[in-house]
Design a binder for this molecule. Structure first.
Ligand code: PLP
Length: 450
């Protein structure tokens, strides 16, 4: 076993070496050439080996490889921050850059707390957060506490934060009653959130946090129209902050640069990650709106926080080059166009499959949920590890496609999905090929099971 073998699967099974990447493909040591249909974990938005991004990183290393942004700023950081603010139409006003989505969520939580302490009329009693079941916001203690995914939380439950509670997510496939319209469903979820504020004491809540499209925990579940507007209204009613976690669903993945732009429901703060740097560097961020920034400006004037690698110059240069490439080549438009192709191809090939319960998503962010029985949506026994079997089958030489399997889709423990998140510059041929390969993998896995 290799000394790097720490994670659950690698403890027992030596990891395969990935040697190189080109466009949508990754080449492995044993000769397999894998179509990377998930961009890792919805990260590689430009595909692999992009010359412009590599050159921008090399230029930055030659210029200045590191400085602490507590003392200095740098050109790529400033340029990236301006580009990001501009991309929100000025609806966000400041940018904090970190190395991972989890760090971005930790920063959001701490800044929310500091905001209430620094208000002209401070509200030190605001210490609680409301998030949603079946969500994922990161793996560090604070961000894992925010997440509502039972399987990811269970081992660590006794050391998670006690001041985070969870309400139902918006998941029409699993939770909407047949008799309910979108508006009825939203009204029910509003009532639930309102009741949670009341239960906790509305004056004790810092923020409500949600993913615009739930990624890793449920497999690309968008909310019904009007949901976020209604959730934000509840936050406003009680003076709490409204925070969106766009680490997975943002930066173009869903067909607009920021997922909230689809219904123009502007958050007070927003985390971003994966598609920001496209995997060329570990980079994520927190975009902060005026309400929070103005309060800090009028008080201590700085966020009491900091990481050694915050605003790292090479990460910023990489992210800037990725974002410029997205703009220059109109890739968000390609995401919308190719998203339509992906949806059509998946539905055509898989809708009638007896174990495909739901196909859902937005842009180039699609999930397929598998069920034992389509009529009652009964999931497979979690012991069968179905999602991981599908993922493993995809990697076999016959298929050579990388799929992102997830378990706990239905209730945090049972339920299986795979997630697809191909690069924004995917061609129609590549998208069709992904759908063909997914169909082949699904048929093979269930052929072996049934
Ligand atoms: N938030 C969301 C919505 C995510 O999907 C993830 C990662 O999958 C994170 C936060 C955590 O990001 P990271 O793995 O970079 O810490």
């Amino acid at each position: 076993m290799t000394p790097s073998a720490v994670l659950h699967r690698h403890l027992h099974q030596a990891p395969t070496l990935a040697l190189s990447g080109e466009g949508s493909y990754i080449s492995l040591e044993d000769g397999r050439r894998i179509l990377d249909a998930t961009g890792g974990a919805a990260v590689s938005c430009l595909g692999h080996n992009n010359e412009h991004v590599k050159q921008a990183m090399i230029d930055q290393i030659n210029q200045l490889s590191y400085c602490h942004t507590a003392y200095f700023s740098t050109k790529p950081f400033e340029e990236l921050a301006s580009l990001l603010i501009e991309s929100t139409g000025g609806k966000m006003s400041r940018v904090y850059i970190v190395g991972s989505g989890s760090e971005a969520m930790e920063a959001a939580m701490k800044l929310a707390r500091q905001f209430y302490l620094e208000k002209r009329n401070p509200e030190p009693q605001r210490t609680k957060f409301i998030a949603r079941n079946q969500s994922y916001h990161g793996i560090t203690i604070g961000s894992l506490s925010m997440g509502g995914h039972k399987f990811r939380r269970e081992l660590f439950e006794p050391i998670l934060l006690p001041n985070v509670s969870h309400v139902s997510p918006c998941n029409p496939y699993r939770n909407r009653k047949d008799s309910e319209s979108d508006a009825d469903y939203v009204a029910r979820l509003v009532d639930e959130l309102d009741a949670e504020f009341q239960r906790l004491g509305p004056e004790t809540v810092c923020a409500f946090v949600a993913e615009p499209v739930v990624g890793a925990a449920m497999g690309c579940v968008p909310s019904v129209p009007g949901y976020f507007k209604a959730m934000k209204a509840v936050c406003e009613k009680y003076g709490a902050l409204f925070i969106l976690d766009e680490v997975m669903s943002g930066m173009g993945r869903c067909g607009t640069l920021h997922a909230w732009q689809q219904e123009d429901v502007v958050p007070d703060m927003q985390t971003i990650g994966k598609g920001l740097g496209g995997g060329y560097a570990p980079v994520a961020g927190l975009l902060i709106g005026d309400r929070v920034i103005k309060t800090l400006e009028e008080s201590t004037g700085s966020f009491r926080h900091g990481h050694t690698y915050q605003g790292h110059p090479v990460s910023c240069a990489a992210a800037l080059a990725v974002q410029k490439a997205i703009q220059k080549d109109n890739l968000v438009e390609n995401v919308r166009e190719m998203g339509i192709v992906l949806e059509e191809e998946l539905r055509k090939r898989l809708s009638d499959h007896p174990h495909v319960g739901d196909i859902r998503g937005k842009g180039l962010f699609w999930g397929i949920e598998f069920v034992r029985d389509k009529t009652n949506k009964e999931p497979f026994d979690p012991k069968s590890q179905l999602a991981f079997r599908i993922q493993d089958k995809g990697l076999e030489a016959k298929h050579s496609i990388s799929l992102y399997g997830g378990q706990g889709t239905a209730d945090g423990v049972s339920g299986d999905h795979i997630l697809l998140a191909p690069p924004y510059n995917s061609t129609r041929e590549e998208i069709v090929r992904i759908a063909e390969l997914v169909q082949g993998v699904v048929e093979d896995v269930f052929g072996e099971l049934d």
